[in-house]
Design a protein around this ligand. Sequence first.
Ligand code: XMP
Length: 319
Amino acid sequence: DWTMAAFKDEAIARIRAQVGDGTVICGLSGGVDSSVAAVLIHEAIGDRLHCVFVDHGLMRKDEGRQVVSLFRDHYNIPLIHADESERFLGALAGVSDPEVKRKTIGKLFIDVFEEKANGIGGAAFLAQGTLYPDVIESVSAIGGPSVTIKSHHNVGGLPERMNMKLVEPLRDLFKDEVRALGRELGLPETFVGRHPFPGPGLAIRIPGEITKEKCDILREADAVYLDEIRKAGLYDKIWQAFAVLLPVKTVGVMGDGRTYEYVCALRAVTSSDGMTADFFPYSMDFLGRAATRIINEVRGVNRVVYDVTSKPPGTIEWE
Ligand code: XMP
């Protein structure tokens, strides 16, 4: 795509002009946006880019390992992998309000990030994979006529405190354009085609209080669900699909025993930019298969439901 090739060259020139001979720190989340931003900046300034991956223990199954292997082993980009799951889960104990969850995670994320950045001697610039829709939603949350939608933790906070300037090479792009740019940069399809994943991670897919046990149950259910989606050849037809663990237990039967376990909700939507979305029209066959596998394979879940809410009026995430 020649327009993306041109955009890439311009973006690289702009990064070089902005950064000069300074150093940049980039937080990786495992998502498409920060991955593409990091690889783009790496092309522009080489190993004056340092990446920090803060693992908050709220990632999907296997996600941390994939990030480390792509950036450290494949691209040779200097990467700090901070495993801080206990600290995050500790701070989230007893918290069930969605906005308090986001703020708690956002604040701790900034603390950890600052520690790690200082640990490598700091940097003049902070890179973020902010997209155009993020800019719009946070502007409307601050000054617009509507009430706050959600606090997106990748906008604001750290740069002022650390006296860093922001490098945001994706600010003018929508998600599909970021993917095209990622392909242009040669990122593997497993990263480029990846569904969006929110900064607060599984925390906003576990309504109510978060525990390690619930995170583990959700990780397993989510992995089985996504495996079925891939097997059915549906992954690329869906904008975002994930499991949600409800704070509700219901009665079931298994063999000749009575069970009393959690309900798992499945979500899948189509969208072009995340601002509006339609629920995905699975076949009943698919839903039955996914539900049976989750209930059989995931301890702690005995009932599965499908969310048929579009956005608006619903949001894509449950919190
Ligand atoms: P909602 O739930 O608002 O989500 O319809 C729209 C898109 O944004 C993602 N999302 C987030 N991404 N930090 C992020 O980086 C967040 O706090 C956050 N909240 C929602 C969501 O996954 C969807 O793609």
